[in-house]
Design a protein around this ligand. Structure first.
Ligand SMILES: COc1ccc2c(c1)CCN(C(=O)Cc1cc(=O)[nH]o1)[C@H]2C(=O)Nc1ccc(C(C)(C)C)c(F)c1
Length: 215
């Protein structure tokens, strides 16, 4: 593909991300030191497992809808067969959400934005899945150490979704072509910002192996 095509694809993915990222990065940053008080944490910890799961599942379901909208706005995604669009979203939407959530994560005090303030892992105790929660916080920490800028995160999220190695794809070669163009777009972006050095780290951190994503 020509450099023009790659530049256009880059702009398209950045716009798709901006229009569907649910929270502006600046707004999340303004709140990053607004943590829940001890009493607020206790009241969350006293909630029943059902109520806590209900609230988290609803939030996650809502957030995944924004990721579906992100995919639909991405050039090339809607040109894939409907089967393959569904295969990629089913396999990748939760991984894209986890990648995106690092924007709402404060690695300095290990808290994540939840219902208006920033919460540590202890707030989610009543869910009864400490291992999963700890893995979520560890993954968010690791994502933050990559130090990806908003545009790089947008292209990285697009690459998490457009993964030609997903099982059950019908038109693998079409997905591969889009994936290669997105890879060129990310490399091109990093080269222009003289940050191609971190691509080595980015390549190694495959977002999550399947046992972690709850869906
Ligand atoms: C894409 O990145 C994010 C980041 C955070 C949130 C969302 C999306 C979805 C809305 N949301 C809310 O809290 C909704 C709200 C905002 C507000 O002012 N009042 O309510 C957050 C969210 O859901 N955070 C959360 C953090 C941990 C978990 C785990 C249980 C996985 C740890 C989780 F399920 C959700």
């Amino acid at each position: 593909s020509s450099i023009m095509e790659i530049e256009n694809l880059t702009q398209n993915v950045l716009n798709a991300h901006r229009q569907t990222c649910q929270f502006r990065f600046e707004d999340l940053q303004l709140l990053r030191w607004e943590t829940f008080t001890r009493n607020e944490v206790y009241s969350y910890q006293r909630k029943s497992m059902e109520e806590m799961w209900e609230r988290c599942a609803w939030r996650i379901t809502d957030a995944i809808q924004y990721i579906v909208e992100f995919a639909k706005k991405m050039d090339g995604f809607m040109q894939l067969s409907q089967n393959d669009q569904i295969v990629l979203l089913k396999a990748g939407a939760m991984e894209v959400l986890l990648v995106r959530m690092c924007r709402a994560f404060n690695y300095q005090n290990n808290t994540v934005f939840f219902e208006g303030k920033y919460a540590g892992p202890e707030l989610f105790k009543s869910l009864g899945c400490g291992e999963l929660i700890n893995n979520f916080f560890t993954f968010s920490q690791n994502m933050c150490t990559l130090g990806l800028l908003e545009p790089e995160l947008a292209l990285f999220a697009a690459l998490v979704l457009v993964d030609s190695s997903r099982p059950f794809l019908q038109e693998k070669d079409k997905v591969e072509q889009l994936q290669k163009n997105l890879e060129l777009a990310l490399k091109n972006l990093m080269r222009k910002s003289h940050r191609e050095g971190i691509l080595v780290k980015v390549r190694k951190t495959k977002p999550l192996d399947s046992k972690l994503s709850p869906i």
